[in-house]
Design a protein around this ligand. Structure first.
Ligand code: NAD
Length: 344
């Protein structure tokens, strides 16, 4: 069994911990929290051993009546791998601790690529992180783009990618985020950081990205144009993307008009927390104009990186192949169970 520590038990950390629990070859060694709050309470209820991330604040857990198993350094030392899901920047600060205890660690997309030995996406570069010490599971947007670009490159070649990312202002629980009633070019100057981030996965890819922020919390939306190396018809591209394991090509008959309806679909399908682990690509939007492919896809920012973290654990520890890992992760999480009764 791979013993997995989760340091930073928030939006991403709690989802990764749940996904790890479901894997036949992994268990959660413990989770580290900075303070007792509703998420600490949920961790205890799930039976996870709780470790204090900040020694001086240990007493706060005791005062709240929450039992602590130890300090984060003890958790790091006894684990085979750490998933660090701390807020952006904190993960990089933690790297020296992981190196000190010689425990490989997975950081998240909010960290700079320079803070890590390699960046990871299961579909695109699983093998590239074998044996690495500090790896970054790329952001939700970069994960969504990498899953799309990898099969297109393999099937047709890609000459140029252009993406406009309409980004949610914050996650549902981030009450301090905005905009509240505005539409922001963000960043206002080109390129947005997303293109260079995709280049950490595909270094030779020509990609331009623009970003906006809107007052929404549900998902990100990508307006994508890919100039392909050949000219397949739209139906062939659709079949290619339907055959992928972490893309969901939305059938027209579902009548999913936006992110809100996708979220409802996931909740109706019984997905935990209404999570949508796949890229959601509108089938009707898939169009070819000469060598140019156009499409819209929605990305659930809180959950698409979760199966990627699970695969990254096996990739770093070199316990199995990409195909086997993805198959195992999907089966254990229920990602292979279609969101709809039939895939059309
Ligand atoms: P979050 O704020 O929801 O969770 C972070 C957790 O870490 C919180 O519980 C916080 O209390 C805890 N924490 C803070 N300092 C800590 C420390 N020193 N030690 C241990 N725990 C500490 O953040 P999140 O949304 O889960 O983001 C985590 C990482 O994942 C970031 O790099 C982020 O960019 C990335 N990410 C976030 C999303 C998203 O949409 N939420 C998507 C993909 C990637």
């Amino acid at each position: 069994m791979i013993e997995v520590a989760v340091n930073g038990y928030g939006t991403i950390g709690k989802r990764v911990a749940d996904a790890v629990c479901k894997q036949p070859d992994m268990r959660v060694a413990g989770v580290a929290k900075t303070r007792p709050n509703f998420e600490a309470s949920a961790a205890v209820k799930k039976g996870f051993d709780l470790y204090a991330a900040i020694e001086e604040r240990k007493h706060r857990f005791e005062e709240a009546g929450i039992e602590i198993a130890g300090e984060v350094t003890e958790l790091v030392e006894k684990s085979d791998v750490v998933v660090d899901a701390c807020p952006s920047g904190v993960g990089a600060d933690n790297v020296s601790m992981y190196r000190r205890y010689d425990t490989p660690a997975l950081l998240q997309g909010g960290e700079d690529a320079e803070a890590v030995d390699a960046s990871f996406n299961a579909r695109a570069n699983f093998e590239a992180v074998a044996g690495a010490d500090i790896v970054r599971v790329v952001s939700c947007n970069t994960t969504g783009l990498s899953r799309l670009i990898a099969p297109l490159r393999e099937a047709y070649g890609v000459r140029k990618v252009r993406v406009t990312l309409v980004r949610r202002g914050g996650d549902p629980a981030q009450s301090n985020r905005g905009p509240i009633n505005d539409i922001l070019p963000n960043p206002v100057s080109l390129p947005s950081h997303h293109g260079p981030d995709v280049n950490t996965i595909f270094p030779d890819l020509s990609i331009d990205t623009l970003g906006l922020k809107v007052p929404a919390t549900l998902m990100h939306m990508h307006s994508v144009n890919v100039t392909l190396g050949s000219q397949p018809n739209a139906e062939a591209v659709r079949e290619l993307l339907e055959a992928e394991r972490r893309t969901f090509v939305i059938p027209e008959w579902l009548g999913l008009e936006g992110a809100g309806a996708i979220t409802e679909l996931a909740q109706d399908a019984g997905r935990p927390r209404g999570d949508i682990w796949e890229n959601c690509i509108w089938g009707e939007s898939l169009s070819m104009v000469g060598p140019d492919l156009y499409l819209f896809q929605a990305i659930h920012q809180e959950s698409d990186v979760v199966p990627e973290n699970v695969d990254a654990i096996r990739a770093v520890l070199e316990t199995t192949s990409r195909e086997r890992s993805v198959e195992r992760t999907n089966a254990a999480m229920g990602l292979d169970e279609p969101l709809t009764p039939t895939r059309m």
